[in-house]
Design a protein around this ligand. Structure first.
Ligand SMILES: C[S@@+](CC[C@H](N)C(=O)[O-])C[C@H]1O[C@@H](n2cnc3c(N)ncnc32)[C@H](O)[C@@H]1O
Length: 275
């Protein structure tokens, strides 16, 4: 458990993931009935963009930093940027803080975090948030206990660090098990698109398991000279809400143009299964 999101917070992968998260949460708010969000990998919740970790990698500067300098953004990205501007310039909100910002009084947030230091920081960041519960534990043990949520509406975010071998397959199996318990739930599954066979295998397993509404969104910022640096990221979205694919398709050329780090940057939004 060496991964610390502070080195990567606000990078291009976070921009894609968090813009999608905001779009889904705004959709869930359209109906009067309450919803629940379960964030399986919470991180610390709040990130210091002027801190040692962020400055060491420069990833936020090449990610959210670029977008914050722009005056005009596609409508699909504006709500996400507006939320981030509430924390900028020195702080960046992680997924639990973004979610907390968009919950209504009747909605609920449950966040799971395994690492003791990240859990402590997250609990502190959410200390005044009455609608949020933070669980210290492993999502592979905790998620099933939370499903289906009593609200019967909501979103699950699966966002592992992909530090260990088998984590892609484990996360895929966790997603499939979660879908079985909560068939109507929206699931955002984040992945690094480094190994194409792993992505294809994961999507294939989801389809074979009977998931009949699945969207794949990918953003490649071009090959960077530093080989260990992530250059391509994606999201598999189970039960994407109405209008979500169109919003991501609208945002993608803008993200490619402004987040590109080298030639060959590109993005895609593909329906893998549609009901
Ligand atoms: C990519 S970060 C999460 C970032 C966060 N979702 C966001 O968007 O702001 C992954 C987090 O998962 C935590 N983690 C790793 N393995 C876990 C597990 N099995 N269960 C729960 N949390 C885990 C790590 O400590 C790390 O903080």
């Amino acid at each position: 458990m060496n991964y610390r999101h502070a080195y990567h917070a606000g990078n291009f992968a976070d921009v894609l993931k968090h813009a999608a998260l905001v779009a889904v949460l705004l959709h869930l708010r359209k109906k009067e009935t309450p919803f629940a969000m379960i964030d399986c990998h919470g991180g610390r919740g709040l990130y210091d963009l002027a801190g040692t970790e962020a400055r060491k990698t420069g990833e936020a500067e090449a990610g959210i930093g670029r977008l914050l300098q722009l005056d005009s953004l596609p409508a699909a990205l504006q709500p996400y940027i507006d939320i981030v501007r509430g924390f900028a310039p020195s702080l960046y909100p992680g997924s639990p803080l973004i979610a907390a910002h968009l919950l209504r009084r009747k909605d609920r947030l449950v966040v799971i975090e395994k690492h003791p230091d990240e859990y402590a920081a997250l609990s502190q960041a959410l200390r005044q948030e009455r609608r949020a519960r933070v669980i210290k534990g492993d999502y592979s043990d905790e998620l099933a206990k939370l499903l289906p949520p009593p609200e019967r509406r909501g979103l699950i975010l699966i966002d592992p660090p992909y530090e260990t071998e088998g984590e892609f397959a484990n996360a895929t199996h966790a997603l499939i098990a979660a879908h079985r318990r909560f068939t109507g739930g929206i699931i955002l599954f984040w992945y690094p698109a480094k190994e194409r066979p792993a992505v294809d295998a994961s999507a294939g397993e989801m389809l074979n398991a009977g998931i009949d509404s699945l969207l794949k969104i990918e953003l490649d910022v071009g090959h960077t000279p530093a080989k260990e640096r992530l250059s391509s990221t994606g999201l598999l979205v189970v039960n994407p809400p109405f209008g979500f694919a169109a919003a991501m398709t609208e945002a993608m050329p803008f993200l490619v143009r402004h987040l590109a780090q080298a030639s060959g940057a590109r993005g895609s939004v593909d329906a893998l299964a549609e009901r």
